[in-house]
Design a binder for this molecule. Structure first.
Ligand SMILES: [Zn+2]
Length: 380
């Protein structure tokens, strides 16, 4: 069915067209011609104005023969990461590589080529189908910028597939939520040779902060990264300001959301004074309280908060507050951290076991009274 030669030629042609984010004019022109030849009506939305890019998102429509069928959408993106420039795709043993001085840009040109080949096959073999909508976005690689500005009024489809992932024969149904971090650090500028003691280096402060962050894979569903640092003006000036940009991703809050549970997260900064009213107001809304702290549970501030809230907001609680703390143990070496410090799964397990059963949830931790007694006997 699929013409492998045609597919590989298509990919090579696409890859050879330079298309960094917001500079997609050349690739867009090629795609318009290609899709029109395949019988599409092609137009662009207004994303170019909003993003400052050369072109907007491309929307192509194929009427199809089965007019009553539900329209179906396929989406890919036309930009690639850099360094692009003159990409020379090299086919070696059936696998495409770049010549070595640029990216290959298979993300997402492979998706574009697959889609075009599928459309070729539909036309060539006269496969009857319903209306198809194709969206080829711009500037995906710099934060889904095109997709964020897509004019959705141009679309009718309720369902769609994005051809933009690794691997063959599988689908990604959801992606983790990402929290973007931007930390601006302000120091005091000074001449580094004449008066370094009058300065306060923002770069040094940033380095200290970053060295204390947990980065990389935090657990099986949480990752964190610092991706960019900018700052300083000259070799001999104590840098005044630094911008640190990063992200943290996790499926964890989604997991609770999926269960139909929304949580209010409070982060009290001090125990004395404790902002009791905020916690009590929250308990009035939810009727439940989970307190988590990195210190060992016994004799902890978290235990103190539990006692205070039980005393002052007993009538609003529909379950006893749950305290999740570290093990009662001397802080172990970092390899043991996930057994010692409370982990995101502990919270979900504790909610499941002590507040409300979560459908389909399988616990890793045991928060039962019996287990707690057993751990206490063991001194943990
Ligand atoms: Zn991609």
């Amino acid at each position: 069915m699929v013409n492998r030669y045609r597919l590989s030629e298509e990919f090579a042609r696409l890859a050879a067209i330079n298309s960094p984010p917001l500079h997609e004019h050349a690739i867009a022109r090629y795609l318009v011609g290609r899709l029109e030849t395949l019988g599409a009506e092609v137009l662009f939305d207004n994303a170019a104005e909003a993003t400052g890019g050369e072109v907007g998102n491309l929307v192509a429509r194929f009427a199809g023969q089965i007019k009553s069928a539900e329209p179906l959408l396929f989406s890919v993106h036309m930009d690639t990461v850099e360094p692009g420039g003159q990409v020379r795709p090299v086919l070696r043993d059936g696998v495409f590589f770049s010549a070595g001085d640029t990216v290959l840009g298979a993300d997402d040109k492979a998706g574009v080529a697959e889609l075009i080949e599928a459309l070729e096959v539909l036309r060539e073999q006269q496969v009857p189908h319903g209306p198809l909508e194709v969206v080829i976005t711009i500037a995906e690689e710099i934060g889904l910028v095109g997709a964020k500005h897509l004019d959705y009024t141009l679309l009718k489809s309720k369902r769609g597939y994005a051809l933009d992932t690794e691997g063959i024969g599988w689908m990604v149904l959801q992606a983790p939520g990402a929290n973007h971090l931007q930390i601006d650090i302000e120091g005091v500028a000074s001449h580094a040779g004449m008066a370094p003691e009058l300065g306060l280096s923002a770069i040094h402060t940033a380095a200290l902060a970053i060295s204390r962050m947990r980065l990389g894979r935090i657990d099986h569903e949480t990752t964190a990264n610092i991706g960019r640092i900018e700052g300083g003006v000259a070799r001999n000036i104590v840098p005044q300001s630094v911008k640190v940009v990063g992200e943290a991703r996790s499926h964890d809050a989604d997991k609770l959301q999926e269960q139909g549970i929304s949580i209010e997260v409070l982060d009290p900064r001090t125990l004395v004074p404790l902002d009791k009213q905020t916690i009590i107001d929250s308990v009035k809304k939810t009727g439940k309280l989970v307190i988590m702290s990195e210190e060992p549970k016994t004799g902890s501030a978290a235990g103190e908060i539990s006692a205070v809230i039980t005393e002052e907001a007993f009538d609003y609680l529909d379950a006893p507050p749950v305290v999740i703390g570290s093990r009662n143990w001397i802080t172990p070496a970092f390899e043991m951290e996930e057994h010692f410090f409370p982990q995101p799964e502990w919270i979900i397990d504790a909610i499941h076991q002590k507040i409300m059963p979560l459908e389909g949830h399988h616990s890793i931790m045991d928060f039962s009274y019996e287990k707690t007694i057993k751990l206490n006997i063991e001194g943990v």
